[in-house]
Design a protein around this ligand. Sequence first.
Ligand SMILES: Nc1nc2c(ncn2[C@@H]2O[C@H](COP(=O)(O)OP(=O)(O)OP(=O)(O)O)[C@@H](O)[C@H]2O)c(=O)[nH]1
Ligand SMILES: [Mg+2]
Length: 446
Amino acid sequence: MARTEVATLPTTSVPFLDATLYIPPNETPEQRSARLKAEEQAKHASDEIDALLNLERARIKAETSTGRKHTLLLLGQSESGKTTLLKQFQMMHAPKTFNDQRASWKAVIYLNVLNTLRTLLISLRDEPTLRSPEFESLLEISSQLATFEDTVAAKLVESGQFERPQPNSTKVYMRKRPSLDFLKFRRSSSSSTEGSAWPASPELDSCLETANQVLTAHLAEIKRLWEDPMVRSYLTGQHQEDWRSFFLNDIDRILVPGYMPTDSDILRCRIATIGITEHKFNLGSRSLFRKNVDNVEWTMYDVAGSRGQRHAWAPYFEDATAIIFMAPLSGFDQYLNEDMTVNRVQDSYELFTKICRNRLLQKTEIVLFFNKMDILQEKLNFGKQISDYVPSYGSRPNDLENAKKYFCSHFEQTFHAHNKTGRSLYVHFTSVVVSLSLCMFLMNSY
Ligand SMILES: Nc1nc2c(ncn2[C@@H]2O[C@H](COP(=O)(O)OP(=O)(O)OP(=O)(O)O)[C@@H](O)[C@H]2O)c(=O)[nH]1
Ligand SMILES: [Mg+2]
């Protein structure tokens, strides 16, 4: 397959003007002084970030120089499945911690349900043909649902494990603050072998209880709305995030009194990673990446994958033993949340290319996970045509085997084109929410 075909994937280049460099015409003295002050603050913040990154680099170097520590980086775009893979590792190698935290995940699952309901109501609001009695009835309780969502988010933030952009944000996704805190956060994050359940909060429990009562009282409407074929067909065209449907499909089970999240619920719930989190595993004695590893500690770094946060990855490159790069192929018909002009598979490909050609990573083993294969299969079964979104796919058969072959060959080509040191590429097609034996397989197969 000719390598030039990649160029016909949807383009991602968008003009970008940095607001801090923009000087408005006819700038008043007050505007000028405010602009200069903002520039000074931006420079100060940037210097501070550089200083913190240098410190972090020195710390990692000191830890790895003993040879007793190996570093594994989980890289990939947002929602590619990095944290989900980490949870799989925790299930396998830190089962006590995983079980201790089980009950705590209930709050995140409720947050996912409340947020999905709110997103659903918002997206149907402007579609008069889809406004049913169920919709009208749920609209009446929407502000109550939003209050629950906000309270659950606030209480999770108070637990110290999560953040959100601004204290009074109406957004319920807890995302990284654009601040220096990612390093602070990384240091304070608990390692998976030592972590414990998040602190209990009576206010959070009481909010979940009330939310449960309201949702249960409206369960029939929620289900009728969610199962309405016209609504489903409308949502399919909206390219919603993959994780959203899971908890609404299972809402009866989640609202049952005494509900305790299952392994699968924990793997499927979604919370964006903030900054970089560090997790330690002792894998005993085994052969890994062609090295005989004997009681060496593995430190796994799970990073935030959205574009604005990728600059924080660099300090971890120099001493990385291996990278697991997650590229979800199911994203062929989706766009980045942070830039709706950028196709997700195209973004993964470009990011992977940057990783392959990074000078600091030339000796780092790369494991490539083409993830979310279950969702890709569902989309192809549903009749979605890859060539509608990736014109260079052309007239190839629109099936799983051909899609795997097509995308894999592009990623392999870019790897080989930038492979100056003869390192190997290990490719796997995965669905990290379902393959429970994956980690065992990974740990034993190199
Ligand atoms: N069906 C399915 N869902 C998956 C798969 N992998 C991940 N998910 C879901 O996709 C959502 C996003 O996964 P995360 O692991 O949070 O993604 P991430 O790469 O850590 O994202 P950031 O933290 O934003 O960088 C979660 O709800 C996961 O359960 C998969 O293979 N199949
Ligand atoms: Mg994550």
